[in-house]
Write a new protein. Sequence first.
Length: 221
Amino acid sequence: MDGTLVDNLELIVRSFNYAVARFVGREFSKGEVFARFGPTLEKMVAGIVPKEDGKRAIARYHEHYRKFFHEYARTCPGIIELITALRRANLITSVCTGSDRRMTETTLEKSGLRNLFSTVVTADDVSREKPDPAGLILTMQLARTQPTQTIYLGDAARDIEASKRAGIASAAVLWGFGKEATLRTQAPDYVFDSPLEALRQFTQLGFDHTMKPNMDSHRKT
């Protein structure tokens, strides 16, 4: 979700600093916050803020994130067109994110994307975060899809690793937060420059007239 569907890094950084700065006496740079991505928000906060202030810090994060969403976040250009086209072709579209349920609901609601996904799995639904494949496995179970019928788009190395561990096709998206060189070292099955490029490649790489994927031919990048 974060970085792949929605460009919200600036909002995340500002919300994180609003949440923790008053308890630790300083703000964190964008690089410092980004370096902490991966663990859940609760774990990120717990590693910085005194235990007794943890709940208040998380509440402040969500307060700021929701209030300033439209000022500092936007839907990634082309995402709505991509997801809409896939849904019209009778493909199942789902979200599997490392964000918690509250942040996920805010993001999908404020961006207008919620109704485009039949299944949403968050960090609150599993006990282990990516690159553990638990979230992807649960998503497939809920969506009633098989690994050979599934592809996961993500902007982080942990997304590619989680895909491989779940036995599904992986796609590195270059419009997100991750660096291209880092993503390519993970040897993803697909590399997409933009959502519309993703749709074009999906069409060319073995989809029939209903857009049902032939995943036997998905290894070309």
